[in-house]
Design a protein around this ligand. Structure first.
Ligand code: MLT
Length: 201
C-alpha cells in the first residue's frame, strides 16, 4: 500500500500508524503524530479504494452504509500490509498504536473488531461502528480513545456509545472525549488524545 515511514528517535516508543479520512492522503495526519508522540516512528498509509477520485480505506454504498464484503477484504489486506511493513522497515509489529480520523478511524476500528493482535492501542477520531453482528476478539489490555462530537451529523452520539459498549464488552478500556462540535477534528480533541496517550501507553 502507498505509505510514508518515518523512523523515530525512540525505537521503544509505540509506532504510530496513521489512517486519513475520505479524500485525504498519507500526509494529512503527520502533524497529529508529531503532537501525540514526537519521538515515535510513524507509518502513515493511504487507503487503497477510490471514491470519485477520493482515497478511502474501504468501499461504501452510501454515506454511513458500508460495503461489508469490501470492508472485511480491506481489513485483511491492511493487516497483512502491517506485517510486511514491519519486516520492510524493521519496526516492532507488536507495538503499533493507530491514529485514525473518520474513514481512517473506521478501518482502525475494523482491525480491532477482527484481530486480537493488530494493534496495542488506538486513537479513533470520529469513528462509527464498522460492522455489526460479529464476535469481537479479546481486547483486554488494548486501550482505545474515542474523540466524538455531540453535534456530529455523520457519527451520532448513540453510535459512539454503541461503539464504546462493543469495545468495552470485548475487554478494552475505552475513554470517550466529547466535543460540542460536529465531525471536524478540533485542536482540543487532539490535545485530549495526547494526554490520554501519555497515561495509557
Ligand atoms: C465512512 O464512510 O467511513 C464514514 O462515513 C466517514 C466518512 O465520511 O469517511
Amino acid at each position: 500500500m502507498k505509505h510514508i515511514f518515518q523512523k523515530g528517535t525512540d525505537i521503544t516508543a509505540p509506532v504510530l500508524v496513521l489512517f486519513h479520512g475520505t479524500g485525504g492522503t498519507e500526509r494529512d495526519l503527520l502533524p497529529l503524530a508529531q503532537a501525540i508522540s514526537p519521538t515515535s516512528s510513524v507509518l502513515s498509509v493511504r487507503g487503497n479504494v477510490l471514491e470519485n477520485g477520493m482515497p478511502r480505506f474501504f468501499r461504501r454504498l452510501a454515506e454511513g452504509i458500508f460495503d461489508e464484503e469490501d470492508l472485511i477484504f480491506r481489513t485483511k489486506e491492511l493487516y497483512d500490509f502491517l506485517d510486511q511493513a514491519a519486516v520492510e522497515h524493521g519496526f516492532d509489529r507488536q507495538n503499533l498504536v493507530a491514529i485514525g480520523y473518520s474513514n481512517g478511524a473506521n478501518i482502525a476500528g475494523s482491525l480491532l473488531f477482527h484481530y486480537q493482535d493488530a494493534l496495542r492501542g488506538a486513537i479513533l477520531h470520529h469513528p462509527m461502528v464498522p460492522l455489526r453482528g460479529i464476535q469481537l476478539p479479546d481486547l483486554s489490555g488494548i486501550p482505545v480513545f474515542i474523540g466524538a462530537g455531540r453535534n456530529d451529523p455523520i457519527c451520532s452520539p448513540q453510535e459512539t456509545e454503541e461503539l464504546q459498549k462493543l469495545l468495552s464488552e470485548a475487554g478494552s478500556t475505552v475513554a470517550v472525549h466529547w466535543e460540542q462540535a460536529g465531525h471536524q477534528l478540533t485542536r482540543s480533541e487532539v490535545e485530549a488524545a495526547g494526554t490520554w496517550f501519555k497515561t495509557n501507553l
